[in-house]
Design a binder for this molecule. Structure first.
Ligand code: FMN
Length: 354
């Protein structure tokens, strides 16, 4: 039997393949299609409010009676010092001017208009809505949340990008650890926003496997049977794929963004803090080039909130220079088939060894 069964048993799925939560890209329809392929879908809730999170959970439930994971960001919110307030004003001005130079009229928010949500409210929503699998990134849940979630029978999946982070997650009782290789598309799940470990996926997965007893999911760079088999060989019992679903029928990416992916080469894929204030991997564009070394990057979540409106407006004009298109290092043909079809092919290829 090719497929390891520890994670399939815990998550009650046929194949231990998990659709990566991809905020802004994955959709309830994607989670449904993933379940049809016998895998686990994920609903990305990022740092949405508790009400919005509950609404999306209900919307997904209406479409399927299969289980899916919900995913949240468990970051700390940096204290707003006087110097950060001043930096916010300058950063807002810099981005507004940059947009104007590029013929984009955009009204970015003032600091007072920004609403920040705490993940604690989302945890309550997850419990109230009866979700059974919660994955999270950017840190670890606090002790009380872990206790509350476990009392309510929720299986917890934490993300690590270093052995040290994996040890912290295991010690606090997290059930499954998702090991995120440096290849991965999207945000680094690193606990500390500024100091990201740069260890490659092969080294990280094998080290974590040697030191950790809980089952491991690997995420980062898998896009065909061979890459998935390599992760299995190194100790992964579950496989989380993101970038290979970016252009799928159920992806929320716009046609111009899918088109951009089709023409991407390895040198276009970079790690950048410019859109959100946390490192994320995606396609280099004019915004990243203009802001990366400018000094005008606020810590997460402030930078993210500042650039949201610019990205929203740019999307309506199909302007790929001012939207964030996150993608991992494994550049490939980004299939436009349905998610179910893409995963069914991946399953067959992994079984066949191709
Ligand atoms: C567009 C995009 C958005 C992402 N958003 C999230 C997210 O909301 N939460 C999360 O835990 N991981 C997120 N990730 C990271 C994935 O969970 C996963 O680590 C990554 O996709 C695996 O690498 P791959 O893209 O090479 O398959 C995102 C990845 C991408 C490509």
């Amino acid at each position: 039997m090719f497929w390891p069964d520890s994670i399939s048993k815990i998550l009650e799925i046929k194949y231990p393949i998990i659709q990566a939560p991809m905020f802004g890209v994955s959709t309830p329809q994607m989670a449904v299609a993933v379940a049809k392929a016998g895998c686990l879908g994920s609903l990305a809730l990022a740092d949405l409010s508790a009400d919005k999170s509950a609404e999306l959970i209900r919307e997904t439930r209406k479409l399927t009676d299969q289980s899916f994971a919900v995913n949240i960001f468990v970051h700390d919110i940096p204290e707003l010092t006087e110097s950060l307030r001043e930096k916010f004003i300058k950063t807002k001005q810099f981005i507004t001017d940059l947009a104007k130079e590029n013929h984009i009229e955009v009204k970015l928010p003032d600091l007072e208009e920004i609403k920040l949500n705490s993940y604690h409210d989302q945890v309550e929503a997850v419990i109230e809505e009866g979700c059974k699998v919660l994955s999270f990134t950017f840190g670890n849940l606090d002790e009380k949340s872990i206790e509350r979630l476990k009392e309510n029978g929720v299986t917890l999946i934490g993300t690590c990008t270093s052995l040290q982070e994996a040890l912290v997650l295991e010690k606090s009782g997290i059930d499954i650890i998702c090991v995120q290789g440096i290849e991965a598309g999207g945000h680094r799940g690193t606990f500390e926003a500024d100091h990201i470990p740069e260890i490659g996926g092969i080294s990280l997965l094998s080290q974590v496997y040697d030191h950790i007893k809980v089952p491991l999911i690997y995420a980062g760079g898998m896009y065909n049977g061979k890459t998935l088999r390599a992760a299995k060989e190194l100790g992964a019992q579950g496989f989380q794929v993101g970038s290979m679903l970016l252009a799928s029928q159920e992806s929320a990416l716009q046609p111009f963004e899918k088109e951009k992916l089709k023409n991407v080469t390895g040198k276009d894929i970079v790690l950048t803090k410019s859109f959100s204030g946390r490192y994320a991997r995606g396609i280099k564009n004019k915004f990243i080039e203009s802001i990366e070394d400018s000094g005008y990057i606020m810590p997460y979540p402030y930078q993210n909130k500042l650039t949201n409106e610019l990205r929203r407006v740019s999307k309506t004009f199909s302007n790929s220079d001012f939207v964030s298109i996150w993608a991992g290092q494994s550049v490939h043909d980004y299939s436009m088939l349905s998610t179910e079809n893409i995963l069914t092919r991946l399953i067959s290829a992994a079984e066949a060894g191709s």
